[in-house]
Design a protein. Structure first.
Length: 331
């Protein structure tokens, strides 16, 4: 089992191409992202300064990648003190659809930045994206991969993230047959590679996030068992036995990694699995309850209402109504 893939899928993480920025001379753009929409910036040539509230200005060099949390206003420019011009969302969206490069600045471009956007289902209880800090920076060559990256900065070596960003840039620069399909896949791969690199280069920063569970081999193995068979009547003792550790060891290390007991995590994960099936299908509540480990529909209904604030039937109805409600046009 691959719990990270499970959580990314169930929490509805989706990536989309933002813009391919080409900038030179004096330039700056202020990015007022929408709530819940994280922005990833990958510098493929030159350099750019990233300013995020609460953090010192950060210079990004070629190969650097930065992920800014959902709804966090930030700016990119040639220098930290260059006044930013608010991004024209309509024009940026049009360029994104057509593949047109967004040119900025007072001189011929020397800096190229690829921007991506990621959204997730904020109603999901098990989250990766919403648990991340508002700024994640991966220097060129940092993280894991087959190259010689040391994580010391630009030119430190080639990693899987570097390779993926390079492929993304090449596809944008020289689109070919099925480029849309390739780009859609690479956008998702970039996020996973960034998370891997962050885990490898900043393990202490991951504490308190869902990703921290993958850092402890005992907790990671227990997590795999829970995701492989969520309907099983797991207890801390049976999960510890399956993980080949003592009950006391698991009871201590699981909450230390994520702040929840195995039982609490399992209940939360079951409610997320049930919510997805309620939104997407017409299966009877009885079948969904059984598949996530409940032999009693009333017990399942109570657990679901505690987790999501409404009964399964009401949740399904509201989800369907929301699907047919047009989204407001951006201002």
């Amino acid at each position: 089992m691959d719990p990270l893939s499970d959580v990314l899928t169930v929490s509805g993480v989706r990536g989309a191409l933002g813009n391919h920025i080409a900038a030179g001379g004096t330039w700056a753009t202020a990015l007022d992202e929408r709530p819940g929409e994280a922005a990833l910036h990958a510098v493929t040539a030159g350099s750019a300064w990233l300013t995020v509230p609460g953090h010192p200005p950060l210079e990004l060099g070629a190969g650097d990648v930065a992920l800014v949390g959902g709804g966090v206003p930030h700016a990119l420019g040639d220098a930290p003190d260059t006044p930013g011009v608010r991004c024209d969302r309509v024009a940026a969206a049009r360029r994104s659809r057509t593949g047109e490069v967004l040119t900025l600045g007072s001189a011929p471009p020397t800096t190229h930045v690829v921007t991506l956007a990621y959204t997730c289902d904020k109603t999901a209880l098990t989250q990766v994206m919403q648990g991340l800090p508002d700024l994640v920076h991966i220097a060129a060559g940092a993280g894991t991969g087959t190259g010689t990256g040391t994580g010391t900065g630009a030119g430190a070596g080639t990693t899987a993230l570097d390779d993926t960003v390079r492929m993304l840039s090449n596809e944008l620069t020289d689109p070919q047959i099925a480029s849309t399909a390739v780009l859609n896949s690479l956008i998702n791969v970039v996020l996973v590679q960034l998370l891997r690199a962050w885990l490898a280069s900043r393990p202490a920063a991951c504490r308190g996030t869902w990703l921290a569970m993958t850092q402890d081999p005992v907790v990671s193995q227990a997590l795999e068992h829970l995701h492989a068979d969520p309907a099983r009547a797991w207890t801390t003792a049976s999960l510890a036995a399956a993980t080949s550790v003592s009950r006391a060891t698991l009871a201590r290390r699981f909450p230390a990694a994520i702040g929840q007991s195995p039982a609490a995590y399992l209940t939360t994960w079951r409610m997320d699995l049930a919510a997805v099936r309620l939104r997407r299908g017409r299966e009877p509540v009885e079948a969904i309850a059984s598949d996530v480990g409940y032999t009693s529909v009333p017990a399942f209904t109570r657990a679901f209402a505690r987790a999501h604030g409404q009964t399964p039937g009401r949740y399904r109805t509201q989800a369907r109504e929301a699907e047919h409600t047009p989204e407001a046009s951006p201002a």
